[in-house]
Design a protein around this ligand. Sequence first.
Ligand code: EPU
Length: 338
Amino acid sequence: MLNIRHHIGLGELTTFGCSALAEHAVVVTNFQDLQEAVAFAHDKGLAMRVLGSGSNVLLTGDVSGLVIINHMHQRAECVDRRDVHIRFGSGENWHDAVTWTVHKGWSGMENLALIPGTVGAAPMQNIGAYGVEQASIFEELEAFHFDSGEIRKYVAADCDFGYRTSVFKRELRDKVMITSVTYRLSLDPKLVTSYRDVQEELAAMSIIEPTTLDIYNAVVSVRTRKLPDPRIIGNAGSFFMNPVITSEQASQLLEKHPTIPNYPQADGTVKVAAGWLIEQCGWKGARHGSCGVHDRQALVLVNHGGAVGSEVLELAENIQRSVADTFGITLVREVNVW
Ligand code: EPU
């Protein structure tokens, strides 16, 4: 029997920690729970939203309808020659999943260590870090469609993965819940060490020929040093995406600001570091009421305690305005605003 609760606090269930109430909320641990929860919402004509571990959500007001809290756990592996196919329940904690695979000796997820969130949120956002995106190890997922009650399988070609986006973040937002994700890892390490921070960390650890575990340890160490721990200070990782601009825009910008960190993309566009733009505008470490900009990574907004979502949004808008005025670049939010 499902335990549907009413008017419950969601703040503690998000890493930003801004308070808000859910009109109705329910924890689902398996497929049957999910079917019952969706039937309840249909019956009452309620909109549905899925909350994983709330690591990419900013609450700006009470949430009407039914919030489905995903606790669907599963890990099933299948080894096929040198490949390992692992199916995770979408409610699995991402970092625990990464740690488990690394300790099993499987390679592919190590660069994505310590990213907060659930496995189900990973394809939605197409999470990425230190030169790797989850799309590069993704095999398939299953998603439950709220309207039809069907479970559909999606292979990579169906997901339209892009930089921090997918069909689940756009067209299928709030229409489906991802129930499982399968990744293809390898028994043969295929290490990505191109990211400067990782290289520097490996050098500091005096490691010349790194293993999968070394990369994992290096990433954990860089992230721990640079990014605020959401258990200590509320945040949702990068608040904005790194803007992707045309090569002409990039040339003009580089003429005026030659030190801007920039990453030419395969399609000719250029990604520029939003953290650098924000820092240049003087925001790094700035306070705005109870929230502010992290003092070691200007792309991360933080809740110093008791911040309300609208205050964080106000700060974000001030930052967007100042980056637009100074550099002519529009910053787009990465965080989902509820
Ligand atoms: N930088 C600054 N000032 C800052 C922050 C960054 O000058 O305050 C410069 C850095 O010196 C560096 C460049 O900007 O030259 C890039 O910085 P960093 O390596 O920290 O990465 P990022 O581009 O700011 C992205 C992801 C992170 C991911 C890291 C590492 C996005 C939106 N963010 O950040 O992902 O961990 O790369 O791969 O793409 C997240 O999505 O929540 C997230 C944390």
